[in-house]
Design a protein around this ligand. Structure first.
Ligand code: G6P
Ligand code: MN
Length: 417
C-alpha cells in the first residue's frame, strides 16, 4: 500500500491528481496522501476541499496536511512536486520584462524560463535532499517547470530517482488518437529533443507508418505552428516551438495582449479558490478547465502505475541522455520516449535525427546546461553566457542589461546570486 506526498499541494491542480488516483484505485492501492505546502492558507483550503472531494468520489484514503517535509516524506513511495517559487507574481515578471527588450516573455521559454529555473532549482534541491534523507527509495514525480532543467539540476547534485514530466510529450499520441479515431496504445513515434523544444516523427499505428493524409490531419491539432511549415518539416513539433519559428509575430502578439497568462491566472485562481473554500462544494470547480496543465494527472499517474505495477509502458519523459542522442552529452537531460517499469525509465533508441532541427535542439540544450550550472552555483558570468547562448536572445548588448533587471526583479527568490 502506497503513501504519496504532494509538494505544492496548495496548487489548483491538486484535485485533478486526486481524481486520477481515485480512478486508478484498483491498480494503485494508495492508503495515504499527504498534502504539503508553504502557503498555510491555501493548504488548509485544499485539505478541506480534498476531504470533501474524496467522499464525493467514494475514495477511501487517508488525507492529511502538514508543512513539515520530514513528516510528509517519511515512508512515502512517491513525492509529487508541483511548485512555483514566487508564484504567479514572479511569473508575471518573466512574462513582462523580456518584452521591453523585444524578446519573448514566457514562463518556460527564453529568459523567463531561465529565471524560473533560477528560482525553482534551489528549492527543488532542498526538497530532493530531504527525499534522500527521509524516503531515499521514493520516486520524485516532478511537474515543476522548467521540468527539463529541474531534472538536470537534481541529477547533478542529488542522489534521487526523478521523473521529469510534461504532458506535451504525449500530446502527439493524443492528437493522433483523436484525429484518426484509433486507441492511443496503438500509436508510437520517435521523439527527439528537450522539454518544450521537441519533435515527433516516424509515427506508426499498429506498426504501419501513418500516411501523408493522416499526418496532415494530425498536425491540424498543433495550432500554434504554421501548417505549411509542419508539412515542409514533416515533423510534429511541440506547441512551444512557435516561439522559435514565429518569433517576431509572437513578440508582437504578446506585446499587444492586455493581460499576460500569469495575470489571467491570478484572476482565475481567485475564482477557483473561492469555490474550493466553499464548504458546501464537493466538486471540481468548472473554472478549472480554463487553467492549463491539462493531462497533468494522466501522465503523473501513468508513471506511478508503470513503476509500481512494472507494466513496461511507453511514455515520453525527461531523463539523462546517456548516449540516446549521440550529439548531446551523457548528463544532458532530454525529453524522450522511454520504457517505464519498476526499474524506472529506459530511453528507447532513436533511429535517425532530422537534420532540419538538430542545430536548434543542440543550441537550446547548450543554453539549458549553462543555465542549470548558473542556477546551482549562482555564477553571474555563467548566467550571462547562458543568456547569450540562447537562440532567442543571442545579443550581448540586450542580454547584459536584461540580466541585471531580471536579477533585481526576482532578488527575493534568488539566494544563490
Ligand atoms: C502546459 C505546459 C506546462 C505549463 C502549463 C501552463 O501544460 O506543458 O509546462 O506549465 O501548460 O499552464 P498555465 O495554465 O499555468 O498557463
Ligand atoms: Mn510543459
Amino acid at each position: 500500500e502506497l503513501k504519496i506526498a504532494i509538494v505544492g499541494a496548495g496548487s489548483s491542480y491538486t484535485p485533478e491528481l486526486i481524481e486520477g488516483l481515485s480512478e486508478h484505485r484498483e491498480t494503485l492501492p494508495v492508503k495515504e496522501i499527504v498534502l504539503l505546502d508553504i502557503n498555510e492558507e491555501r493548504l488548509s483550503i485544499m485539505e478541506g476541499f480534498v476531504k470533501r472531494y474524496i467522499k464525493h468520489l467514494n475514495y477511501d484514503v487517508k488525507v492529511w496536511s502538514t508543512t513539515s517535509r520530514e513528516e510528509a516524506f517519511t515512508g512515502a513511495d512517491f513525492v509529487s512536486t508541483q511548485i512555483r517559487v514566487g508564484g504567479n507574481k514572479a511569473r508575471i515578471f518573466d512574462e513582462k520584462i523580456p518584452l521591453k527588450y523585444g524578446l519573448i516573455g514566457q514562463e518556460t521559454t527564453g529568459v523567463g524560463g531561465m529565471f524560473n529555473a533560477f528560482r525553482v532549482i534551489p528549492v527543488m534541491i532542498e526538497i530532493a535532499k530531504d527525499v534522500e534523507k527521509y524516503c531515499p527509495n521514493a520516486w520524485i514525480i516532478n511537474y515543476s517547470n522548467p521540468t527539463g532543467l529541474v531534472t538536470e539540476a537534481l541529477n547533478k547534485v542529488c542522489n534521487v530517482k526523478i521523473a521529469g514530466l510534461c504532458a506535451g510529450g504525449m500530446r502527439p499520441r493524443w492528437w493522433a488518437a483523436e484525429a484518426l479515431n484509433v486507441p492511443e496504445e496503438k500509436i508510437y513515434y520517435d521523439y527527439l529533443g528537450l522539454n518544450h523544444m521537441n519533435f515527433s516523427y516516424n509515427m506508426t499505428i499498429d506498426g504501419r507508418p501513418v500516411t501523408d493524409e493522416e499526418f496532415s490531419n494530425i498536425i491540424k491539432k498543433c495550432t500554434t505552428v504554421s501548417q505549411d511549415w509542419m508539412e515542409t518539416l514533416h515533423l510534429i513539433p511541440s506547441q512551444y516551438t512557435q516561439y522559435y519559428f514565429h518569433t517576431k509575430e509572437r513578440v508582437q502578439q504578446l506585446k499587444e495582449q492586455d493581460k499576460t497568462r500569469g495575470e489571467s491566472i491570478l484572476e482565475l485562481e481567485k475564482q477557483i479558490f473561492r469555490e474550493y473554500a466553499d464548504e458546501t462544494n464537493d466538486q471540481k470547480p468548472k473554472t478549472l478547465a480554463k487553467r492549463g496543465g491539462g493531462g497533468y494527472s494522466k501522465v503523473a499517474i501513468g508513471v506511478m502505475d508503470a513503476i509500481y505495477n512494472d507494466t513496461g509502458k511507453w511514455m515520453v519523459i525527461n531523463v539523462a541522455n546517456n548516449g540516446t542522442v549521440r550529439f548531446l552529452d551523457d548528463d544532458a537531460v532530454i525529453e524522450t520516449a522511454c520504457y517505464v517499469s519498476k526499474n524506472g525509465m529506459k530511453p528507447l533508441t532513436i533511429a535517425d535525427y532530422p537534420k532540419a532541427i538538430v542545430g536548434l535542439v543542440s543550441a537550446v540544450k547548450n543554453y539549458e546546461s549553462l543555465a542549470v550550472e548558473a542556477a546551482i552555483t549562482g555564477d553571474k558570468d555563467l548566467a550571462l553566457q547562458a543568456l547569450v547562448a540562447h537562440p532567442l536572445v543571442r545579443d550581448y548588448d540586450i542580454a547584459k542589461p536584461l540580466l541585471e533587471e531580471m536579477l533585481e526583479a526576482h532578488k527575493d527568490y534568488l539566494p544563490q546570486f
